[in-house]
Design a protein around this ligand. Structure first.
Ligand SMILES: Nc1ncnc2c1ncn2[C@@H]1O[C@H](COP(=O)(O)OP(=O)(O)OP(=O)(O)O)[C@@H](O)[C@H]1O
Ligand SMILES: NCC(=O)N[C@@H]1O[C@H](COP(=O)([O-])[O-])[C@@H](O)[C@H]1O
Ligand SMILES: [Mg+2]
Length: 392
């Protein structure tokens, strides 16, 4: 009846678009996350609620549903259980090793810099305040301090003085996920721009999407656009580095490979072995989008040509405080900004709860050039507001 059965580990906005793509291709989808009614669960055939760091619960869900493919959607997963499951013949996307190496910043950074020789910022790891101070001295100030296990900028800050380093270390430990108090201390890169290079490992080899530019605030993305303008030699260098690490990680699927661009250098930052948040722009910028490409690569299907639809942008819609009773206002005004030259669209994720800074939706726009697309996406995102019921 179904083409394949997929189990999503993590069911946020990225998983939801992936689940939609999978349903369109006639797959069965089981969505898992730590809370009920997560975005992907709303479109999946079945759902399971448990912490992805709970190995016993993860194994029980796999043995219950017997998926053809286990598809990690977040970083923080019990990767020892994923490896054990893979050893028993279950198929983990793109591979248990890729999930394990990318879950922690020390894994992927040491693999990229020390084993593969990619260009990265200077870095050290630290587990105590004193080690963080020594690390900061070694890489130089200012430096960026992040928990080794975190994403979307959680627990990340920049330190300009030793006092800042102490505070940044304490902040990172407070906000880290998992049970390992460890941070990465990175040289602060004064980059000209940053990009995500969506790189697909498919049955017939490596493919690239046009580079995606993005702007981050507090370690989380605010707008992304495609294509990002890059000198051809810099793009070639980024593509070479991305192909090197994607091949070395193994398996099939789409990867979001992040680079800082400084002068004529592409500096590898990190990578997601799955669709990337800045890649939500591909929901309007190209066919197939990043979720469809991930699915086709996983299933061993031809990707077909990757066709650009025109300069495009995405801009995030964030909540400003915690609430369980809220509604979106302004969707009509946002969509009314769309014109024949600059079409506008929205994705509202249906998360059941807001938090300060939590991403609740994105606005998408296409235009004659990326600057106009970014302006239109930002304008549309700005008129969508979250109204809270005061009885919370
Ligand atoms: N060494 C650095 N120098 C300058 N800026 C940095 C550095 N490291 C991180 N940043 C800034 O912070 C952003 C987030 O960092 P990073 O990608 O490592 O965090 P993350 O929590 O994994 O985010 P995500 O999960 O959204 O990719 C970067 O995109 C960049 O804008
Ligand atoms: N940078 C990684 C990223 O964007 N991941 C996306 O955010 C969701 C978690 O959102 P939440 O924290 O609001 O639950 C994840 O499930 C994934 O879709
Ligand atoms: Mg990142």
């Amino acid at each position: 009846m179904f083409l394949a059965k997929l189990m999503l580990l993590g069911s946020g906005e990225l998983g939801r678009e992936f689940a939609i793509a999978a349903k369109r291709l006639g797959c069965e989808v089981v969505a898992c996350d730590r809370y009920a009614r997560a975005p992907a669960m709303q479109v999946a055939d079945d759902a399971e609620v448990f912490s992805m760091l709970d190995g016993a619960a993860l194994r029980a869900a796999v043995e219950k549903h017997r998926p053809d493919f286990i598809v990690p959607e977040i970083e923080a997963i019990d990767t020892a259980t994923l490896s054990a499951l893979e050893g028993e013949g279950w198929h983990v996307v793109p591979s248990a090793r890729a999930a394990q190496l990318t879950m922690n910043r020390d894994g992927i950074r040491r693999f990229a810099a020390e084993e593969l020789g990619l260009t990265t910022s200077r870095y050290r790891f630290a587990e105590t305040e004193q080690e963080a101070l020594d690390a900061a001295e070694a890489v130089g100030l200012p430096c960026v301090i992040k928990p080794v296990m975190s994403s979307s900028g959680k627990g990340q800050s920049t330190a300009g003085t030793p006092d800042d380093v102490r505070a940044a270390f304490a902040y990172a430990i407070e906000k880290m996920r998992g049970d390992r108090p460890r941070v990465i201390v990175e040289e602060f890169i004064r980059f000209d721009s940053e990009i995500t290079l969506l790189t697909i490992a498919a049955a017939d080899g490596i493919h690239f999407c046009a580079p995606i530019g993005h702007r981050q605030e507090a370690g989380d993305y605010r707008e992304s656009w495609q294509p990002a303008a890059l000198p051809p030699a810099v793009l070639e260098d980024a593509q070479r580095q991305a192909a090197t690490i994607v091949r070395a990680l193994g398996g099939r699927g789409l990867f979001g490979v992040e680079f800082f661009i400084a002068a004529d250098r592409a500096i590898f930052s990190e990578l997601s072995p799955r669709p990337h948040d800045t890649g939500m722009v591909t929901l309007t910028s190209q066919d197939p989008n990043e979720f469809e490409l991930h699915l086709r690569a996983i299933l061993g299907l031809p990707l077909g040509p990757i066709l650009p639809r025109g300069p495009s942008a995405s801009a995030v819609i964030l909540a400003d405080r915690p609430s369980r009773r809220f509604r979106f206002d302004g969707a009509a005004e946002a969509l009314a900004l769309g014109t024949a030259e600059t079409p506008v669209d929205l994705r509202l994720f249906g998360k059941p709860e807001t938090l300060a800074g939590r991403r609740m939706g994105v606005a998408l726009a296409r235009a004659a050039n990326v600057d106009d697309a970014v302006a239109a996406a930002k304008a549309a995102a700005a008129v969508v507001t979250i109204a809270h019921d005061e009885e919370n």
